[in-house]
Design a protein around this ligand. Structure first.
Ligand SMILES: Cc1cc2nc3c(=O)[nH]c(=O)nc-3n(C[C@H](O)[C@H](O)[C@H](O)COP(=O)(O)OP(=O)(O)OC[C@H]3O[C@@H](n4cnc5c(N)ncnc54)[C@H](O)[C@@H]3O)c2cc1C
Length: 496
């Protein structure tokens, strides 16, 4: 029984991949929980989750060189690559479960097998790649990775990267053939297709959440603006998830909860070069990542990517990171200024002072001409011609600035779930590895905020039905990984 028609058990803010993943998981676990999802735009999946607003990489650590950093002692740390790979397998398990259960959740519409390649030049970077390959190859998660410094072989993997290249330049590459390209916007819509006809699930489009206030213990009052009529109404919720992408930090500040104090956002914009020449697009069938340009943020390593969007092949290069004041693509230039509060002002200044090189890089990058952007592309594809490429704006990333004291802070590049002390409100902050690990992130929300339900054995069993590896570690359990990978990759069409 629900106390009032404008009261819900679970109010989700944001119709991106995170909000829809949470709604889907909760409904699969317990269909009696009433969910209301609010999205300020006319449709879901139009901000960061939209296909061309992100890079569509199923982040598994196969090609992203920043996931295996080299320590000052010359030792490479592969832990992050292992963690991201195993978290991505959780997403794949859940998607396989949904695609077996619902006809409308058709993986062909959003996930494609696309080889993941890392390509480097020069002795120093080749040494790095070789070391990385030797360490990863030993681990069951990366068993299929291959290394080559043979130009002929690399041409077969990614022809465009080798034609016209200086024959004296030293090159090396690794490949994992069962990498993936994902249209996260289409995945978001596929999730909605499984929820649409469910009892006690309602989606509210063109409805923007303005304020969030705790009115009594275990009850939130939320004001919602209808973006068509301009009307504002009040609604109530027992639990709130803020999945508002870059805007999450601003909404969190409105809740007044203690846990968000001192947090700030550091927005990073993005641009792509998109190839319009079909002859060239047809020649490229992989995602090719390289080394990050010096001074750039780690998640903004440009790459030359085959994308498959609505069944159509597209070739993208980027993202080129830059500085912006906006927290969403559809946001306001006042976002950053309005997010400054007494509690986060000094941590923000501290982070800017200690990341001056990064800040400087982003500002310089924002003013780069198309011509100079082409120079970076030519490192990957030497014969690229300016006339074949046009600039497109990518989505916004808002990195987290976390307070470490009242006057110091730390810039974080990960994805973080923040939960209020009473477990009645959670928010997702940060943007990398982002959408690929949406299922793992949303399970964390459920584990922390619906823990009493998960203690019941029927929910634990149900969770195992959704995610067969639930509660076990794929990094250490080789047999389990091989079993679940075989099954989910087959269901999703990633296997040969
Ligand atoms: C350039 C770029 C490249 C990326 N590449 C990758 C990649 O290759 N692989 C990967 O896994 N991830 C990638 N990411 C990250 C990934 O796109 C995000 O982590 C993911 O899409 C975030 O999903 P979300 O649901 O949290 O946010 P979003 O998709 O942004 O959804 C948030 C939603 O909330 C709505 N909203 C905001 N405020 C309100 C409000 N007040 N009321 C109601 N609704 C509101 C917005 O309109 C939006 O629809 C990339 C991101 C960027 C920007």
């Amino acid at each position: 029984m629900h106390e009032s028609t404008n009261q819900t058990d679970c109010l989700i803010i944001g119709g991106g991949i995170m909000g829809l993943t949470l709604a889907s998981l909760i409904k699969e676990l317990d269909s009696s929980i009433k969910i209301d999802l609010y999205e300020k735009l006319h449709d879901i999946g139009l901000e960061s989750s939209e296909a061309l607003n992100n890079a569509g990489t199923g982040h598994a650590g196969y090609c992203e060189l920043n996931y295996t950093p080299m320590g000052k002692d010359g030792k490479m740390n592969i832990q992050k690559a292992l963690e991201i790979n195993s978290k991505y397998e959780i997403t794949l398990q859940y998607w396989s479960y949904l695609s077996r259960k619902y006809k409308s959740f058709d993986p062909k519409k959003f996930i494609q097998r696309t080889p993941h390649i890392s390509l480097v030049f020069g002795d120093q970077h080749i040494d790095f790649l070789k070391k990385r390959y030797l360490l990863l190859k030993k681990h069951h998660l990366f068993k299929s990775i291959k290394f080559s410094h043979n130009r002929k072989e690399i041409s077969q993997w990614a022809n465009l990267t080798m034609i016209g290249r200086n024959p004296h330049q030293k090159v090396a590459a690794t490949i994992v053939k069962e990498g993936t390209d994902i249209d996260f916007g289409a995945a978001t819509k596929a999730l909605l297709s499984t929820l649409k006809n469910k009892k006690d699930f309602q989606i509210h489009l063109n409805q923007e959440i303005l304020t969030i206030k705790e009115v009594k213990s275990n009850l939130w009052e939320v004001s919602v603006k209808n973006n068509i009529s301009g009307d504002i109404k009040k609604t109530f919720a027992k639990f709130i998830f803020i999945g508002a992408g870059g805007h999450a930090i601003r909404l969190l500040q409105k809740t007044g909860i203690h846990e968000q104090k001192g947090y700030a956002g550091f927005p990073v914009s993005g641009q792509w070069l998109v190839c319009s020449n079909k002859k060239i697009v047809r020649q490229h069938n992989a995602k090719v990542y390289g080394m990050a340009p010096e001074g750039s943020p780690p998640m903004s390593v440009p790459h030359l990517d085959l994308r498959i969007i609505n069944g159509k092949k597209t070739l993208l290069f980027g993202p080129y990171a830059g500085f912006t004041f906006k927290f969403l693509k559809t946001g306001s230039y006042l976002d950053l200024i309005k997010s400054l509060k007494l509690k986060n002002f000094f941590p923000m200044i501290y982070v800017l002072a200690h990341n001056w090189k990064l800040f400087n890089y982003l500002i310089r990058e924002s003013f780069q001409s198309k011509h100079s952007r082409m120079d970076l592309l030519k490192n990957f594809y030497p014969e690229a011609k300016e006339k074949d490429w046009s600039i497109k704006i990518a989505g916004q990333r808002v990195q987290i600035i976390k307070p470490s004291s009242s006057i110091t802070g730390k810039l974080e590049f990960g994805t973080e779930v923040l939960v209020s002390k009473n477990k009645k409100l959670a928010a997702l902050l940060g943007a990398s590895p982002g959408a690929s690990v949406a299922v793992d992130s949303m399970i964390k929300v459920i584990e922390q905020c619906f823990s009493e339900r998960l203690l019941e054995s029927r929910f634990k069993n149900k969770m195992k039905e959704l995610i067969p590896s639930y509660g076990q570690d794929l990094i250490t359990n080789r047999r389990l990984l091989e079993k679940i990978r075989l099954s989910s990759h087959k269901t999703l069409g990633i296997k040969d």
